[in-house]
Design a binder for this molecule. Structure first.
Ligand SMILES: *Cc1c(COP(=O)(O)O)cnc(C)c1O
Ligand code: SF4
Length: 441
């Protein structure tokens, strides 16, 4: 029995039955904010995940629908004013575009990670760390839902020059032939699992050839287990997806599904349990990750619950991220010290099997920086940090120190501790260029 997906966006969300429970104010906020921050949801999220009785605070509603506070007041007022005046569409669109650009749609210099093949810029690839490339298949540049904290949203809202999409597999294969240091490819998006099985096969099958034996792992980053587990159960091509996964595993490569879960409720339905079981039966592994988000999951107990449930289901907790400096950052952000407190309070109460998780971590231009904690050293209160991943692998795992700042929410707000002028890696970071994205020693 197939379960048909029904998508809702700004254009048809009023046909969702329980939407009548919303106040006029909330509906208006959706209309105003939704013009700037695109949103999309579906019948599974609406019927099985959102608790419509507590809509004012419901975390899944907050993840899927715009709320007033997600826009800064002045931005909200500007759009509201144009809507009330029934301004010309051109003027409205220009304002929308201007606000979107002000929301830092391309944080952490992502356009700097795009590699070259001779003179050709490979817009569908990012190569930031030597052993792993990210691949953005062009058909996967949309999502099951559009999260307003997500730095990928320019891809969905037609800001096309920021798209990191690639049409041809050929360029990818040529690049891999020249880069034997690459052991991992991560299919990302958007969400690659919005592609149909035939397209996924076309991208993945060639990678299984013997000449790519240096490629040891294929990872697929996806929100589908949270927002459309039927992708693996009852879609018309679900069986083909499962057969593809089996084939990857039989070829001797690791297949790791990097599943994005933000809240324990996404792990509580029969459908997600069945989907996880079915994926695991292929020999694929499922690793989990999520940003730490104000209004959604900023309590240690929620993380402990998530990690325990994931391990119960045979998944491997992998990353806790600090929310990026983009989109509705001001709505979701949490000071670094509090991120660390939430992490350690969750971490200390779970089994060692859950403690495969790493975090809280920030993806900065220089690498993935973990907040190890707040300490006192040489009479100064400091953040202790380390690279989990670095542009230069030699930076990884060296503890370093930043001046304590109770308000800081991102690495670029931190200063070196002990009156030093620079962090230890800053000189080398200056040497990173478009054609030389990472350094060795
Ligand atoms: C996190 C990340 C990876 C993968 O790093 P792992 O530590 O292997 O999970 C690769 N590329 C980019 C740009 C990343 O942010
Ligand atoms: S890429 Fe992930 S976080 Fe971003 S909108 Fe899609 S589902 Fe949400």
């Amino acid at each position: 029995m197939g379960k048909p997906i029904k998508s809702y966006t700004l254009h048809n969300y009023r046909t969702i039955p329980p939407i009548s429970l919303l106040s006029g104010e909330m509906l208006r906020d959706i209309e105003i904010v939704g013009k700037v921050l695109p949103f999309k949801t579906n019948n599974y999220v609406v019927n099985e995940l959102i608790n419509w009785d507590q809509i004012d605070t419901d975390p899944i509603f907050t993840l899927n629908f715009p709320r007033r506070e997600m826009l800064e007041k002045r931005h909200y007022a500007a759009i509201e004013n144009l809507v009330d005046r029934q301004a010309d569409k051109k003027i409205l669109d220009a304002k929308i575009q201007q606000i979107r650009l002000a929301l830092n749609p391309n944080p952490a210099g992502q356009d700097h990670n795009v590699p070259y093949l001779g003179q050709i810029k490979l817009k569908g690839i990012q190569h930031k760390y030597p052993e792993t490339i990210l691949f953005f298949p062009s058909q996967g540049q949309t999502c099951h839902a559009y999260c307003s904290f997500c730095f990928r949203w320019p891809q969905f809202s037609g800001m096309s020059e920021l798209k990191f999409a690639m049409k041809e597999t050929d360029l990818l294969l040529s690049y891999l032939r020249l880069h034997k240091e690459v052991t991992d490819i991560l299919f990302t998006g958007g969400d690659p699992m919005v592609m149909n099985a035939a397209t996924l096969v076309a991208y993945i099958q060639p990678l299984l050839a013997p000449e790519f034996s240096h490629l040891r792992s294929i990872r697929i980053g996806t929100k589908s287990l949270s927002y459309w587990p039927y992708r693996y159960l009852t879609d018309t091509d679900s069986d083909e997806i499962i057969r593809l996964f089996e084939k990857i595993v039989r070829s001797g490569k690791n297949l790791s599904i990097q599943a994005h879960f933000n809240h324990p409720r996404e792990l509580a339905t029969d459908a997600v349990t069945q989907a996880i079981t079915r994926i695991r039966s292929t020999g694929a592994q499922i690793r989990t990750q999520s940003p730490l988000l104000h209004h959604i999951n900023d309590q240690p107990e929620l993380w402990a619950q998530m990690w325990r449930r994931q391990v119960d289901l045979g998944c491997i907790p992998y990353y806790m991220f600090i929310v990026r400096d983009t989109g509705s950052k001001h709505y979701f952000e949490i000071p670094l010290e509090r991120c660390w407190q939430i992490f350690r309070k969750a971490y200390r109460q779970v089994s060692g099997l859950c403690r495969t998780v790493r975090g809280p971590s920030m993806s900065d231009h220089a690498g993935k920086i973990q907040v190890l904690g707040v300490q006192e050293a040489k009479g100064e209160k400091v953040f202790v940090l380390r690279f989990i991943q670095g542009r230069n692998p030699a930076w990884v795992d060296i503890p370093f120190f930043a001046k304590y700042d109770p308000k800081a929410t991102w690495f670029n707000q931190l200063q070196p501790a002990f009156g030093e002028e620079k962090f230890f890696f800053e000189e080398q970071r200056g040497k990173i260029t478009d054609t030389k994205p990472f350094l060795f020693e």
